[in-house]
Unconditional design. Structure first.
Length: 399
């Protein structure tokens, strides 16, 4: 594309009227890179061996896809001293049939493994639980704990292998079914996840975490009418749990019930939720409700928790842009580009701010860079500038 000498490219493309395009914009024009059709789901990763629970999650997704589930697994820390007994070895253990193992030996190793797990010495715990399995390959406590450890360290393949061995021994175990549901949820195999979560809830219908996992899987596939009552039951059972409260907030956001979403996200914060993601979700809801100053403050809190949180910084930059706080918007978009050089929505936003601020040279330079990367990006920047200028004109007339 040629540029007339002495006339900025942006001015030619915006005002010549001689160009048309059918560019397929990869983000909505009103979002500048933040898809307003959905609120991302929870990202959570907390390991608490002392309390006996592990909660795992991760990955920001659109609310209609919701979030990876919370892994709650009973960590079987064997600390009591067991009486000295013996038990036959399994026939297929590779040892002579009829051979016996002193139970006190197995129990002592379980105690040691449990203590290592409690103290977060995971390598020691793995070694000890594997020793238990060497002595007794059908020991369900060791299988469960190894599955939990590998889940906590991100090795889902190994975790599933141990959980599947354990569930063959006890197919009705609620924790095992829940954990396998989480594995399948993280693999995006929602039908299998629901199957195992339903088994977990059938085995223990009053466990708030199992109910939360099941409810969120229903919402993932659009069955909000079925998922919401499950989440509400989980909330009644454990009303102060930030995970369940966040899930309820996300559920209401998916139905565009923004007031209810705001309420539950705020309750999740009050209950101890401290993640940058939770602040980002609440900020997004407040922004959609037109509470821009409150939203900005919450976005800033999200960034204080995680300065690299891309979506929170993008949302804050967009909010500054909408409020004509151009200097602040430029600072946030520039920070985004420094952190994520290939995050083109930030580059588009920066170019838009330059254009609206009247910095033609910088706007033109940004537009050229976008066209050099992909003409659709350049056309998108132009389209947003047009729309924003029209909004400003309409506002001026109404004033």
């Amino acid at each position: 594309m040629e540029e007339s000498e002495g006339i900025p490219l942006l001015s030619i493309l915006l005002f010549s009227g001689g160009l048309s395009h059918q560019a397929a914009f990869f983000v909505p024009a009103d979002g500048y890179g933040v898809d307003r059709r959905g609120i991302p789901g929870l990202t959570l990763c907390r390991v608490d061996f002392t309390a006996g629970n592990i909660y795992l999650g991760g990955g920001i997704t659109d609310i209609n896809a919701m979030t990876k589930s919370v892994l709650t697994a009973t960590v079987l820390i064997v600390l009591s001293v067991l009486s000295v007994r013996t038990q036959p070895l399994p026939a297929d253990s590779g040892r002579p049939t009829g051979a016996v193992i002193p139970v006190d030996s197995v129990s002592k190793i379980l105690q040691q493994g449990g203590a290592a797990l409690r103290d977060n010495r995971l390598k020691d715990a793995v070694r000890l639980f594997r020793e238990v399995l060497r002595l007794d390959d059908g020991n369900i406590e060791a299988l469960k704990n190894l599955g939990v450890i590998y889940s906590a360290t991100g090795d889902q393949r190994q975790a599933r292998a141990y959980f599947e061995k354990a569930i063959k021994i006890d197919s009705l175990d609620a924790g095992l079914n829940n954990n396998l549901g989480v594995i399948y949820s993280n693999e995006k195999n929602i039908p299998e996840a629901i199957k195992y979560f339903e088994k977990a809830v059938a085995a223990d219908s009053n466990d708030a975490f199992y109910l939360t996992n099941l409810g969120r899987e229903y919402v993932k596939i659009g069955r909000v009418g079925k998922g919401l009552p499950v989440l509400q039951k989980a909330h009644r059972i454990r009303p102060g749990n930030d995970v369940t409260l966040t899930s309820l907030g996300s559920c209401f956001a998916s139905t565009n019930d923004l007031d209810s979403a705001e309420y539950y996200f705020e309750q999740a914060l009050a209950a101890g939720g401290k993640t940058a993601e939770l602040h980002y979700f609440l900020g997004t809801i407040k922004s959609r409700l037109g509470k821009f100053e409150e939203a900005d403050e919450i976005f800033r809190k999200a960034l204080a928790l995680d300065p690299r949180h891309r979506e929170a910084r993008q949302s804050l930059a967009l909010s500054y842009l909408r409020q004509a706080k151009y200097v602040d918007a430029i600072a946030e978009f520039q920070q985004l580009m420094d952190l994520y050089p290939e995050f083109y929505p930030a580059q588009i936003g920066l170019g838009v701010v330059y254009a609206l601020k009247g910095n033609v040279a910088s706007a033109d330079s940004t537009l050229k860079a976008l066209f050099a990367t992909d003409s659709a990006l350049g056309f998108q920047m132009m389209d947003i500038v047009r729309q924003e200028r029209l909004k400003i004109k309409r506002q001026d007339k109404s004033d």
